[in-house]
Design a protein around this ligand. Sequence first.
Ligand code: LLP
Length: 415
Amino acid sequence: MGYARRHGELCAEGVPLQRIATAVGTPVYVYSWRSVHEQYRRIEHALAGVDHRICYAVKANSNLAILARLAELGAGFDIVSGGELERVLRAGGDPKRVVFSGVGKSTADIDFGIKCGIDAFNVESASELARLEARAGLLGCNARVSVRVNPDVDANTHPYIATGLKESKFGVPPEQALELYCRASASPDLTVAGIDCHIGSQIVDVEPFEAALTALLQLVDALDGEDIALDHVDIGGGFGVTYGNEPALDLDGLGEVIRRTLADRTLQLRVEPGRSLVADAGILLTRVEYLKPAPAPGYRNIAVVDAAMNDLIRPALYQAWHAVEPVVEDGGVPKPWDIVGPICETGDFLALDRELALNEGDLLAIRGAGAYGFAQSSNYNTRPRAAEVLVTDEAFAVVRRRETISDLLGLEMFD
Ligand code: LLP
C-alpha cells in the first residue's frame, strides 16, 4: 500500500528509502501515513451502518505524530498506562474518547484517568473495581466502568498473544461480571458504561469475534433483566494482518457479522485495533554490515545487519516472520541468508533462510514492522533506539530522533 518500487528502488510513498537512510542513518523505522489512513478508512467502511468508535490501541505504535494524525481523523484511543494517556493528551486526543485497559492499573494511573474524565475504565478484576470506586469517591469524580469479560473463546493465535481463554490473566468470567456490574451500578461514585473483551491479537478468522460478541450480548441481556443499561459494547482489537502467506482478517466479513449480531440494538460498538492500522505502514530500514558466507557445508550464510532484536523483537519473541526486501535489487544470484543483528545472543535474528542477493552495505527493508516494532524496542547491549520517520506523499519528517549514548547514560549515576 504505502511501499512500491520505482525504477527498481523501494520507496515509501514518493520518497526513495535510500534518501531516508542517507539523511537519517540506519537502523530507522519508516512509516507511511497514507497506509495508516487507508487502513483506518477500511475499518470505517467495514463498520458502515453500525454506530461505532475506533479506539486505536496505542501500544502498537505510540509515536506522537501518528497519534496526532489519528486524533485528527476522530479516533478514540485504547490505553494501558498513564504514560499512554499522557501521549494521547499531548497528541491532542480527546480524553472523552479514551478507554483504559490492562490488568494492573496503578493508583496513580487510575487517578490520572479519573481526573482527565476518560470515557471508560475496562475493569479486569473485583479488586480493581474496588480500588476504582475508592479513588473516584476520594477525588469526588464519577468514573465510568466497563467490565472486561473473558468469554473463553479460542482465537487460534500465538499462545503469547491469546487472551480470551479461561487460563489467561485477563478479564473476568461472565458470572463474575454480573456481580461486578451490580456493585458498580449500586455505587454513587461509578457509572456503568459498557462491556468489553479482547480475545487476542493477530486473529485471522471472523468466528472468534462472532463468538465473543455473542457471549457479551448474552450478558447485556442478563444485565437488562437487572435494570442495568449499557451504552457500548467493545470487542477489542486483534484484527489480523498478512505478514507472509497468511490471509488477513476479512474486515468486511467481520462488519457483516457485527451488523447481523448487533441487529437493532442501540449499543455503540467499540473496536480497539492496533496492529491492523499500523503494521503494514511501517518498515525497519537496516544496512548490511558484514557477510559471513558459509565456509563449509553444514554452516549457514550469515548476513549481519545494523538492526537487532533490541530494535525488532518479534522474530525472537513470537517466532514472527517478516518479509525482507533489498531496497535496490542488484540482479545478483540469490542464496539463502540468515539476517542477524549484532547482539550477543543466538536469538538475535530478524529473519532466517531468505533467498536474497546481498552485498555488504546494502539496505534492507524489514516489512510489516509498523506495529509492535519500535514500541517494543529496548536499549539492550546499550544500543540507542532507532530514529522514526513519517512519510506523507513526497515528504518525510523525523518524528523521533535517534537516541544517543548520552541519552542512555544520562539517567544513571554513581552511588
Ligand atoms: N486491546 C487490548 C486490550 C489489547 O491488549 C491489545 C493488544 C489490543 C487492543 C490491540 O490488539 P491488536 O489489534 O494490535 O492485535 N506484541 C505482540 C502483540 C501484543 C498485543 C497485546 N494487546 C506482537 O508483536 O504480536
